[in-house]
Write a protein that binds this ligand. Structure first.
Ligand code: URA
Length: 234
């Protein structure tokens, strides 16, 4: 048994305060009966509806975050703000974690979830999920760079990257790059191997997901059902 307000808040959709307000205003029903007392204890398996829609506690959550620079892709850090600190407190109890990492100074699309098996699949080196980044370099990118990326750049430590794709943009200092693996500082090291150090890096695509242009830096939203379906088909 658990308190009704706690059960609602555990979905991450409402804070405890918002949940209590929903309950008091008669919008929450348990086992087909309206329940207006937030401290009512309910069975963990009892069906609970809000405005007629069934809520599921402990359901998996999938969020798209527009990571700003200056936060680390971790769940906890003794010194620095983490990507989780950008979410409301009600979301911090859901066991969310970032799927993969972006460097502290890298911006852009980061998937947050509490679905361990899906994250594991998406990060598996065998699965080769495409990651698309916009980058700006110190130097001018050319056809040679595009060819090197498509053949697999060899990093300073001797590792040869899987073939990727470099689409150089108008002024030759900017490009989109698609890679299918996620080695530590991979793009910075690839561009360093070309003597064109990265000045700015932003992830705009992850598998079937595209960074939502309406999300400001630090903004986030739940994935839509088609986006979640596409991740599962990846
Ligand atoms: N490659 C990098 O160098 N940094 C990132 O954050 C992501 C890919």
């Amino acid at each position: 048994m658990e308190r009704l307000d706690k059960r609602l808040a555990s979905t991450g959709q409402w804070s405890r305060k918002e949940a209590r307000e929903l309950i008091r205003t008669g919008r929450v029903w348990v086992n087909g009966q309206m329940c207006s007392s937030p401290d009512q204890k309910v069975d963990k398996t009892a069906p609970v509806t809000v405005d007629g829609a069934l809520i599921e506690a402990d359901r998996p959550v999938y969020l798209m975050l527009h990571k700003p620079p200056g936060v680390v892709s971790a769940t906890t850090d003794p010194q620095q703000p983490t990507v989780l600190s950008l979410l409301p407190s009600s979301y911090r109890r859901l066991g969310l974690f970032p799927v993969g990492r972006l460097d502290k100074d890298t911006e852009g699309l980061l998937l947050l979830t509490n679905d361990g098996p899906l994250a594991h699949r998406l990060l598996s080196p065998k699965r080769h999920v495409d990651k698309v980044y916009y980058l700006r370099v110190n130097g001018r990118l050319d056809e040679e760079d595009a060819r090197a990326v498509s053949q697999g750049i060899t990093l300073a430590n001797g590792y040869t990257c899987l073939p990727g794709r470099l689409e150089v943009l108008g002024n030759a200092q900017e490009a989109y790059i698609t890679i299918r693996e996620g080695k530590y500082h991979q793009i910075k090291r690839m561009m360093a191997a070309r003597n064109k150090p990265v000045l700015y890096l932003k992830r705009v695509g992850f598998g079937p997901l595209t960074l939502d242009k309406s999300l400001p830096k630090g903004g986030w939203r739940s994935l839509t059902i088609p986006e979640i379906d596409a991740l599962f088909r990846q």
